[in-house]
Design a binder for this molecule. Structure first.
Ligand SMILES: [Mn+2]
Length: 244
């Protein structure tokens, strides 16, 4: 039985390089051009929104965030949803890929908020069928810190903030204690496709230089610096962002 693969990364800036990969405004070397027409947008953008960059911006502007957003804040999380290569090909061959896409995106909506999922594209022109999904990390409620600490005696008490405030906060969404839960619940949803959860803890670990050498040209560090995401050892594949 193969594995479900869920990879979530904080994007920096407007994530232009990823948008170029997803929208094929650049042609990745590994993509099979005769299959690029099979790639599919899985989400309809709002009127007047034409691409992923605009979709991220649109969500941020329409969520009702009161605080000013500073330039350092993470504006998007990039998701890669897939599975072991053989299994994904089996799912495709059996005509279940559309259903797999629906279940995968339903899970993203339920877990991260329907309106926060702003883009999702199925790629069928690379080695393994996979979805690139984009989530704007908007949450409602108090900051995590505020819940954890009680005000010390004698210290000035601050006015309680609006508990229903809408905030852009990738750190809340990507908190360490939540990441394992995401892997658990996604894998559970994927069971019906014969995909199981990877080894606990392995999702956070990068593959070793040796494992990666074949695909990354041996320059593991260089790859990291370029911001190309390295993938988990779950599938045993060296899944680079540009080669999946
Ligand atoms: Mn891709």
């Amino acid at each position: 039985m193969g594995y479900a693969v869920l990879n979530i990364k904080k994007a920096s800036g407007n994530d232009a390089a990823t948008s170029a990969h997803i929208e094929r405004t650049i042609d990745p070397k590994n993509a099979d051009k005769t299959r690029t027409h099979l790639n599919k947008e899985l989400i309809h953008f709002p009127d007047d929104v034409n691409n992923r960059t605009e979709a991220i911006q649109y969500r941020i502007e329409h969520a009702g965030i009161a605080r000013k957003i500073n330039t350092k804040q993470i504006r998007a999380l990039r998701f890669m949803l897939t599975g072991s290569s053989e299994d994904m090909k089996r799912i495709e061959a059996s005509g279940k890929l559309d259903e797999w896409c629906r279940d995968s995106l339903d899970w993203v909506r339920e877990t991260f908020g329907k309106d926060n999922l702003v883009s999702a594209v199925l790629h069928l022109d690379e080695k393994t069928p996979h979805i690139h999904a984009t989530v704007v990390p908007i949450v409602t409620g108090e900051r995590r810190k505020a819940k954890a600490t009680k005000p010390e005696e004698g210290k000035k008490k601050y006015r309680k903030k609006n508990p229903n405030a809408v905030r852009l906060c990738a750190d809340d969404v990507m908190a360490r204690d939540k990441l394992e839960g995401y892997q658990d619940s996604y894998a559970e949803r994927m069971q019906k496709y014969g995909l199981q959860r990877g080894v606990r803890g392995s999702e956070a670990r990068n593959i070793t230089t040796q494992q990666c050498g074949a695909v990354a040209g041996g320059n593991h560090r260089g790859v990291q610096r370029q911001g190309i995401s390295l993938h988990n050892s779950i599938t045993g594949n060296c899944l680079l962002k540009t080669s999946i």
